[in-house]
Design a protein around this ligand. Structure first.
Ligand SMILES: [Zn+2]
Length: 430
């Protein structure tokens, strides 16, 4: 486990270093009215941040302006590390009237990979604008279209967040395409890496990492299909991932799929909707993070309104159970990492829709500081970027955003991102 953590951090360093080639900004002194210290879980008043090139060189009150440096005055703003969304799908957007099967097949057969990549590039920009400077993109991206988009962002051709990508998710037979006729089963293998047996599971890890995956995404259960990966398959995946220096993120919705994935040694549980307390304790014991891909009340109402749903009862009971399990996870001490999974088109920029995850966590009962740590410090740790992202301190990447207002007393301030810098480059100015 420790070896995997080390190599994952080394890989992350490579990802960040490759950005230095794209552009080399100059020296900038940022004057911050209020600064979020994600490690301390506290807001500090009147801090300065010295940025040299793509990295932070110094942080503290009253820093001197170096010769030739530019000043950015954010004295009236709250300054945070760039946000991290640990569960996205930039290459997939589902129409409200569709399903994973119809929309997934449409993406494969009618949209096609070149257009899919262009659509992904347009969505990438909206994440940056929303203040999300790093994402972990977990599949539903055809044959490594996520990797292509990551490269275009790294070489400076396309503005977007730093991407950690999985390539095709490792799934039991059928992928997430229920209803697919057996004679067309191969279509699922264009969107998922279907695995059968531990040997094949290990081979799938070797394939994905060889073709550019930074993380392995698996489907412990492949809802809405009924399959489960076996514990032996998942153990083979985790072992091979450790050898290849990457981590494993497990889609797992029911309690059985969650327990089995934790038993096999995965690093995060994605969704975890029906998790029981005993399984949460098991996660805590094994140091497995929960990425609760929850929608907030505004998103649910928008969804119901757009889909012509007149009775909101179902949406409200959905919210109540999701919130209750998040509170249980918090009480039992499980690390919570922000991840949006905002793949349904509710009209509007996808990055803004993704950012609503923060409101879901806040509505469930996490404090503003806990929510911000889930989207900065905890995300960095899960992605192997501790000390490099999710924090404003010397040596970290200069991923810096500013909000109008104070999210500690007015959480809606998170809707008012006015400044965005990624790796020292400014993408949005007040
Ligand atoms: Zn997802």
């Amino acid at each position: 486990m420790r070896t995997a953590a080390f190599t994952s951090a080394a890989l992350f360093f490579v990802l960040c270093t490759s950005e230095l080639v794209a552009q080399e900004p100059g020296t900038v002194l940022i004057r911050a009215g209020r600064l979020f210290d994600s490690e301390a879980g506290a807001f500090l008043e009147n801090q300065d941040i010295l940025v040299r090139g793509s990295r932070i060189a110094a942080v503290g009150p009253g820093l001197a302006l170096p010769d030739g440096a530019e000043t950015i005055d954010l004295g009236n703003y709250t300054v945070l590390p760039g946000l991290i969304d640990a569960h996205t799908h930039l290459l997939y957007l589902e129409d409200l009237s569709g399903s994973l099967t119809t929309e997934g097949l449409k993406a494969l057969l009618l949209e096609g990979e070149p257009l899919r990549a262009l659509h992904g590039a347009a969505r990438a920009r909206t994440f940056l604008d929303a203040g999300i400077t790093t994402i972990r993109d977990l599949g539903n991206s055809g044959m490594f279209v996520d990797r292509a988009l990551q490269r275009a962002i790294q070489d400076g051709s396309v503005p977007g967040p730093r991407m950690i990508v999985s390539g095709p998710g490792l799934s039991p037979v059928g992928g997430q395409f229920p209803g697919l006729q057996p004679e067309y089963a191969d279509l699922a293998a264009r969107e998922y890496r279907i695995v059968a047996g531990p040997e094949d599971a290990a081979e799938a890890v070797r394939e994905n990492v060889t073709f550019g995956a930074d993380v392995i995404k698996i489907f412990s259960n492949n809802t809405p299909n009924p399959g489960y990966l076996s514990v032996a398959e998942m153990r083979a995946i985790v072992d091979e991932a450790e050898v290849m220096g990457v981590r494993v993120a497990a889609h797992a919705t029911d309690d059985r799929s969650i327990w089995r994935a934790v038993e096999a040694g995965v690093h995060s549980i994605e969704h975890g909707y029906q998790v029981t307390d005993s399984t949460l304790r098991f996660m805590k014991e094994r140091g497995v993070a929960l990425v609760p891909t929850d929608a907030d009340s505004v998103t649910i109402m928008r969804f119901l309104e757009l889909s012509g749903e007149s009775a909101p009862g179902q949406g409200l009971s959905y919210l109540a159970s999701r919130r209750a399990r998040l509170r249980r996870a918090k009480t039992l001490g499980v690390t919570i990492v922000a991840g949006s999974d905002a793949y349904i088109d509710i009209a509007g920029p996808q990055g803004e829709a993704a950012r609503r995850m923060l409101f879901a966590y806040h509505q469930a009962g996490l404090t503003p500081i806990e929510v911000l740590q889930a989207a900065t410090l905890n995300g960095a740790e899960l992605l192997g970027g501790e000390g490099r992202i999710g924090v404003i301190k010397p040596g970290a990447m200069a991923d810096i955003i500013a909000l109008e207002g104070n999210p500690e007393v007015d959480f809606d301030a998170l809707e008012r991102v006015r400044f965005v810098m990624k790796a020292g480059q400014v993408y949005r100015q007040p």
